[in-house]
Design a protein around this ligand. Structure first.
Ligand SMILES: Cc1cc2nc3c(=O)[nH]c(=O)nc-3n(C[C@H](O)[C@H](O)[C@H](O)COP(=O)(O)OP(=O)(O)OC[C@H]3O[C@@H](n4cnc5c(N)ncnc54)[C@H](O)[C@@H]3O)c2cc1C
Length: 439
């Protein structure tokens, strides 16, 4: 085993957070080594030519930016462009695909009319607007603290109270977010649109007492204080590429294909690189890997309970060792053109300009969770779709752009990650065909 020089900091993992930490530390004059096991840094924030021979560079996993404070962009001199979208969401009525809710941030009257068109109760648009306005009081108060040392809960709560967001604190932090959604909103479809923000990124039910869904909901509404999710021009790889550049320019060493095998006491990090074992040491070791990975690297792997349906059961029973898992499956697509809608009142460009929800009413989401927690694939599968190329065609070659091609990203909800492990089989043919567009 070879031994390298002593660093001030070794960062295990070269995802965007590891790169940002490396850039800050190197700018502060520290000797930094980033060890990334893949051939490229960026972690889940990368772009890729997903289809052989096709010049379309899609964000492979993470695709929208909201939680990147402007201060970080300025501090690190990142040259990135983030594009704001006009449309928030489009949600066809699963019972009648020719009518849908279009939330258009550029036209309040049209949005209000759309609530009426899907049969939402009188006053639902006002309630929807008031609900998000209350949440925003909280997020605007808390967001600026994100670039400071984490506040103790009591101080964060006082800050929220002083900002007039005491009720929002109760709804978003203290109690299952599902309670507030059902209290404030009456339409099954509108409730579902709101609930998706509590589900994308976890495997939870709206009223789970462990509040994982609230964490998910909060970070969807939190970014910039406003909850805007912007399109990274050039794809997500452009963002992590800039972080990598900033880190390297500041003098950080980024070693790819460097698989960390152990983190030992005294700041010693073992890794494999170039077919050989290496060992480096540092005053500080920063982890940019998942907690379970770090546990393994520190040889403290606890006996974790099963994931998937068994884990859902454990969570319901209040098992404190329960480990949450992701439950979204993502499929990237490249289309010759956007689908044509049954709803003649909306252009496909508007419908796909925000998040396109399919089978995501409150009751559909709840039923799908129950099915998945019991070990079966939900059908219909709740899905949502994102189109990058409408806002930023630069990820497509000039030829594809001229031909009218579009990228779509489809997320299926309530498909627990545990099902993808070797030896796990799930049968079922989930119906995910949207009832809202022409075949
Ligand atoms: C499908 C999907 C879509 C998402 N969409 C969004 C979105 O639109 N917007 C958003 O803000 N967030 C999104 N997220 C979440 C976001 O991707 C993560 O929060 C983010 O990538 C976390 O960044 P990170 O740097 O902390 O970790 P990661 O990106 O996970 O990076 C960790 C790095 O550590 C490396 N590593 C692991 N083990 C070792 C080892 N032993 N040795 C060396 N290196 C190791 C990995 O290869 C990886 O590069 C999405 C996530 C997924 C999966």
């Amino acid at each position: 085993m070879s031994s390298n020089k002593e660093f001030d900091a070794i960062i295990v993992g070269g995802g965007h957070n590891g790169l940002a930490a490396a850039a800050y530390l190197a700018k502060a004059g520290r000797e930094v080594l980033v060890l990334e096991k893949l051939e490229h840094p960026g972690g889940a924030a990368v772009s890729a030519h997903a289809f052989d021979g096709v010049d379309a560079r899609l964000s492979r996993y993470s695709y929208l930016v909201s939680l990147l404070p402007k201060q970080v962009i300025d501090d690190l001199g990142l040259r990135i462009t983030l594009a704001r979208r006009r449309y928030s969401s489009y949600t066809p009525d699963p019972a009648d695909g020719s009518r849908a809710l279009l939330v258009d941030n550029g036209d309040e009257a049209a949005t209000a009319a759309s609530f009426a068109a899907v049969g939402a109760p009188d006053g639902e648009f006002r309630a929807f607007t008031a609900f998000y306005a209350a949440c925003r009081q909280l997020t605007e108060a808390l967001w600026p603290t994100m670039t400071s040392p984490l506040l103790p809960r009591s101080e964060a709560r006082s800050l929220a109270t002083r900002a007039g967001a005491a009720e929002a604190w109760e709804a978003m932090i203290e109690h299952p977010i599902g309670h507030a959604i059902t209290r404030e909103l009456g339409s099954d479809l509108v409730r579902g649109v709101v609930l998706t923000d509590a589900l994308i990124g976890t495997f939870a039910r709206a009223d789970d007492e462990d509040l994982q869904q609230n964490i998910c909901f909060l970070y969807h509404l939190f970014g910039g204080g406003t909850g805007d999710w912007d399109v990274p021009v050039g794809g997500m790889g452009a963002v992590s590429g800039e972080l990598e550049r900033a880190a390297r320019d500041a003098g950080a060493t980024i070693l790819t294909s460097a698989d960390v095998t152990a983190v030992r006491p005294g700041g010693v990090v073992d890794y494999r690189h170039g077919g050989q074992d290496h060992s480096s040491s540092a005053r500080w070791v920063l982890s940019n890997v998942a907690p379970a990975v770090l546990d393994r690297l520190r040889s403290r792997l606890r006996d974790l309970p099963a994931t998937g349906a068994a884990a859902a059961g454990a969570a319901a029973a209040g098992n404190p060792n329960h480990r949450r898992e992701g439950a979204q499956v993502k499929v990237n697509l490249l289309l010759k053109r956007l689908p044509r809608l049954l709803d003649g009142s909306v252009s496909p460009e508007a419908a796909f300009g925000g998040t396109f929800h399919i089978n995501e009413t409150w009751s559909q989401l709840d039923a799908a969770y129950g099915t998945a927690a019991a070990g079966s694939v939900p059908s219909p599968l709740p899905c949502e779709i994102y189109c990058h190329s409408l806002t930023d065609p630069s990820i497509l070659s000039p030829e594809l752009q001229a031909a009218g091609a579009q990228t779509l990203t489809v997320f299926g909800l309530h498909v627990p990650d545990g099902w993808s492990r070797p030896g796990t089989t799930r049968t079922g043919a989930p119906n995910c065909r949207p009832p809202s567009w022409h075949p």
